[in-house]
Design a protein around this ligand. Structure first.
Ligand code: THU
Length: 141
């Protein structure tokens, strides 16, 4: 995809970082996933409103429910560093796309219902939706 200038890209994408670049950061992160039980490694990269990127991986546990998805792992790193608003998150598994589970959608909805959610089979085949599209009428207190 060639959209010319960076300014033109941002006008169309709305985010301060290329979706494909964020996806590549997620793909790099998944190397460190800890998934000995499912064997399904996932990486995520979240872009904060201020333009910083935090990555996360799925971390499984002998007590299965204690495990955490890559998305909440990345979001937690960013939130713990003080961030509260997000532009986008990219998610990638060892087998290609990995769209966030329902729990992660709700977790992210708390902070940025309008954020972009990116996944795809590889960096050349990414798709993007808003979180609002993936979780219509999400819950907020
Ligand atoms: N998983 C994620 O980390 N993110 C997703 O979007 C889908 C599922 C993890 C949870 C578990 O460690 C493994 O993938 C299999 O469900």
């Amino acid at each position: 995809m060639s959209w010319g200038s960076r300014a033109e890209y941002m006008q169309r994408n709305g985010n301060s970082m290329d979706n494909k670049e964020l996806y590549k950061r997620a793909a790099q992160a998944l190397i460190n996933a800890y998934a000995p039980y499912s064997g399904f490694k996932v990486g995520a990269a979240v872009l904060t409103k201020s333009g910083e990127v935090f990555t996360g991986v799925n971390i499984e546990n002998s007590s299965y429910p204690a495990g955490i998805c890559a998305e909440r792992s990345a979001m937690s790193a960013a939130i713990g560093a003080g961030h509260r608003e997000f532009q986008a998150i990219a998610v990638c598994s060892q087998e290609g796309s990995a769209w966030p589970c329902g729990v992660c959608r709700q977790f992210m909805y708390e902070f940025s219902p309008e954020m972009t959610v990116i996944s795809g089979e590889d960096a050349e085949h990414i798709e993007a939706y808003t979180l609002n599209e993936l979780l219509p009428k999400g819950f907020r207190l």
